[in-house]
Design a binder for this molecule. Structure first.
Ligand SMILES: *[C@@H]1O[C@H](CO)[C@@H](O)[C@H](O)[C@H]1NC(C)=O
Ligand SMILES: *[C@@H]1O[C@H](CO)[C@@H](O)[C@H](O)[C@H]1NC(C)=O
Ligand SMILES: *[C@@H]1O[C@H](CO)[C@@H](O)[C@H](O)[C@H]1NC(C)=O
Ligand SMILES: *[C@@H]1O[C@H](CO)[C@@H](O)[C@H](O)[C@H]1NC(C)=O
Ligand SMILES: *[C@@H]1O[C@H](CO)[C@@H](O)[C@H](O)[C@H]1NC(C)=O
Ligand SMILES: *[C@@H]1O[C@H](CO)[C@@H](O)[C@H](O)[C@H]1NC(C)=O
Ligand SMILES: *[C@@H]1O[C@H](CO)[C@@H](O)[C@H](O)[C@H]1NC(C)=O
Length: 512
């Protein structure tokens, strides 16, 4: 018995090392499970389900929770289990790389967004009457491949390459990432978001007169995120029966209108939209110079350029949320990780935030829907919204992309986030207020609490909580300010970035 177990173990080891030996640095691998051509060897009749087995034990359900009003404090998400936190190359204690990965940061609660003393807890004397949740999907694979992996692969298959020191691991490294879909950790982020939302706001379900409709978009990671949220919120045994899942078509060319995938904005597909990455690249050409000098001597056969170094930092983020750990993280210093975070901040500010002339216009559709739900007035103007959408519910849940969260935050005019004006591309400013890791990490969530103060059934306030931190107010008359036709359909070139801080084309230009 003991011997045969030992033998099986040996066989397993041999198989794995053979697989490693047959691949080479920079090569890619494909999914290993389920095995190709797996055949079912046992029929379902061998596996009766729970109701057939019976003996389920007692099943009385408890009352709904309302922790956002009943608990003295709000629980925060402050760990990233099962990811392993990497150390920087300069081994700075107390510095957490995973909080400096911009939009690729694993979800963690934000301590404060300009209102350090405010709590997300429902204020004493108020009652919550409705809640709106807008959230991003969980951690995913990259949306494209890796340019660094491709370059390494080319080197390996042509001249060959040699590595040493910090880059020695590359001689056996292979690219293991898929594309776009949710990672197992991303699944957990969504399930936990659903559980957390039920514990905080579940009591509102008692006000439902029908099954709620939650929305997402059609991309696989979006549907997967919505289902994992629902599984956490309702429980896997019943979630399919407890709500309706509405799926808006996510048409990346913008041929269809969707408020959760508002790509129907021609300017967004023009050269104007490349401005965000161009601004970010200016900064990368500064903050990564010393990393290039330090790492280049450790590889022969591949000349490292700045874009590849950005890609190596990005691989740290993606490998960590997909594989649990990445050797790329430890190649860079604390300063370089702060530099990377700022690189992403620039990309979002100028590409999808206050510095993008079409950002507010693209967030407008969802804001119009919000106003419609708050005022209980069905939308009659369909310029930027679909014809059907959930209405009259105590709980709304909309899943979207981080780009859209950024655009909606901009459309809602949370001016504290944009307080210190356009971000410089040659340095990190001392009093920055726009941080991608706080605003758009994986699983980012914006909660609108509709409150009645003093407590009654008539709503009097809406309060916004982003990733568990309270935001300064956004404003309703904002809709009238946003010129969707011009900002999305105008034939303009990139405006002077110094003049844009609220995600609209500079206003003096409209008057011309
Ligand atoms: C799976 O089946 C296909 C078609 O029969 C065959 O070409 C392929 O080699 C099989 N793959 C494996 C891993 O057996
Ligand atoms: C259990 O299996 C029976 C027989 O196949 C089926 O009728 C029933 O719907 C199943 N119940 C659940 C909860 O899947
Ligand atoms: C790698 O090292 C080997 C052995 O020293 C050498 O022959 C080869 O030219 C080196 N390759 C590159 C790309 O430097
Ligand atoms: C989508 O939005 C555009 C731009 O506002 C509008 O012209 C068009 O009629 C809308 N299409 C649909 C199908 O609602
Ligand atoms: C931000 O910091 C810069 C440099 O210290 C300073 O000149 C500027 O006035 C500050 N802005 C605000 C709004 O505090
Ligand atoms: C939106 O923000 C801008 C910039 O801070 C401000 O000038 C404008 O008054 C705000 N709009 C509304 C409706 O509050
Ligand atoms: C947009 O403006 C440019 C420069 O003014 C002009 O050459 C081009 O024809 C315009 N395109 C459209 C579609 O109006």
């Amino acid at each position: 018995m003991g011997l045969s177990f030992y033998y099986a173990f040996l066989v397993y080891i041999t198989a794995v090392s053979a697989a490693v030996g047959s691949s080479f640095a920079g090569s890619t691998s494909t999914a290993l499970f389920p095995p190709a051509n797996a055949t079912i060897t046992a029929t379902d009749t061998f596996f009766p389900n729970a109701s057939q087995v019976g003996h389920g034990g007692p099943t009385p359900t408890g009352d709904e929770a309302a922790a956002i009003a009943t608990a003295p404090a709000v629980a925060l998400v402050d760990n990233v289990f099962p990811l392993v936190k990497p150390a920087t190359s300069d081994k700075k204690p107390g510095f957490d790389i995973l909080q400096h990965l911009g939009n690729l940061s694993p979800f963690q609660s934000v301590k404060s967004l300009g209102l350090p003393d405010a709590s997300a807890r429902v204020p004493d004397g108020c009652k919550i009457t409705q809640v709106h949740l807008l959230h991003r999907h969980g951690a995913r694979y990259p949306t494209g491949g890796s340019s660094f992996a491709a370059a390494l692969h080319t080197a390996a298959t042509s001249t060959g390459f040699n590595t040493s020191g910090p880059l020695a691991f590359l001689s056996t490294w292979t690219y293991k990432l898929g594309e776009q879909t949710l990672t197992p950790f991303g699944r957990a982020e969504m399930f936990n978001l659903g559980v957390g939302f039920r514990v905080k706001y579940g009591d509102l379900l008692k006000k439902a007169t029908d099954l709620p409709v939650f929305r997402t978009t059609s991309e696989e990671r979006m549907v997967d995120s919505a289902l994992n949220f629902a599984a956490g919120f309702f429980g896997v045994q019943s979630y399919k029966d407890d709500y309706h899942q509405l799926i808006e078509i996510d048409d990346e060319l913008g041929k269809l209108n969707s408020t959760l995938a508002p790509w129907n904005c021609p300017v967004f597909h023009s050269r104007v939209a490349g401005f965000g990455s161009a601004q970010a690249l200016k900064w990368a050409n500064i903050y990564l110079v010393s990393a290039r000098e330090r790492l280049s001597p450790s590889i022969q056969g591949l000349v490292l350029d700045i874009k590849q170094l950005i890609d190596m930092q990005t691989l740290c983020a993606y490998e960590t949320v997909a594989l649990g750990y990445s050797a790329f993280c430890g190649l860079f210093t604390e300063e370089e990780w702060k530099g990377y975070e700022y690189y992403v901040d620039l990309h979002f500010w100028y590409g999808f935030g206050p510095g993008a002339p079409y950002a507010s216009a693209m967030g407008l559709g969802w804001v119009q829907e919000l106003i419609s739900r708050l005022t209980q007035t069905r939308i009659t103007n369909f310029d930027s919204t679909p014809v059907t959408f959930p209405f009259g519910q105590p709980i709304y849940v909309d899943a979207t992309h981080e780009i859209v969260v950024s655009q909606i935050l901009t459309a809602l005019n949370f001016t504290t986030l944009a307080a210190n004006g356009p971000l410089p591309t040659d340095r990190i400013p001392p009093n920055q207020t726009w941080f991608a890791n706080q605003l758009v990490p994986f699983g980012t969530n914006l909660v609108g609490q509709v409150l009645s103060c003093p407590a009654s059934d008539t709503p009097t306030h809406i309060r916004w909580i982003l990733n568990d931190a309270v935001l300064h107010r956004g404003i309703k008359q904002r809709i009238a300010e946003i010129n969707f036709e011009f900002d999305c359909f105008g034939n303009y070139t990139t405006p002077n970035p110094d003049n844009i801080i609220d995600g609209r084309y500079p206003q003096s230009a409209h008057l011309m």
